[in-house]
Design a binder for this molecule. Sequence first.
Ligand SMILES: Nc1ncnc2c1ncn2[C@@H]1O[C@H](COP(=O)(O)OP(=O)(O)OP(=O)(O)O)[C@@H](O)[C@H]1O
Ligand SMILES: [Mg+2]
Length: 141
Amino acid sequence: MNKLLEIKHLTKNYITNALEINAIKDLTFDVYEGEIVSIVGTSGCGKSSLLSILAGIDKQSSGEFSFLKDKDISIGYMLQSDSLFPWLTIYENAILGLKIKKEDTLENKDYVKNLLDTYNLGEFKDKYPNELSGGMRQRVV
Ligand SMILES: Nc1ncnc2c1ncn2[C@@H]1O[C@H](COP(=O)(O)OP(=O)(O)OP(=O)(O)O)[C@@H](O)[C@H]1O
Ligand SMILES: [Mg+2]
């Protein structure tokens, strides 16, 4: 099997109020194509920190990781908290990224509407986040 992801000696420290928290300490492992990997551990052990680093949302303090594949790899990452804006409808939340990037073309907006249908959210598109269940909100993200 092809190796897809290589993580070597990854460390993440957060510094807040002159206090240093070591969230990830010298983490090394590989992931192979076709594998389903679960990251399991007690609350606060660094799971979200790791995923944020792999998704490019945050930076590691030391160590390295690389995705080893010729073809482009796209990463889907469902955040722990959904971060939907409460004053925007489900549809408005869903197209916000396109709007910011000025890519809210008719074609792209249709694509988003289709995605909402695919995830059984079509009939909720004009509702606000507080009218949806936790699982539905995560599907919007
Ligand atoms: N932005 C941050 N600033 C400071 N400390 C942080 C930050 N994010 C996480 N931490 C700390 O890093 C450690 C790991 O947090 P992380 O969110 O990665 O844990 P987790 O394994 O995802 O926990 P949970 O299962 O509760 O979601 C915790 O001690 C947490 O307090
Ligand atoms: Mg977490």
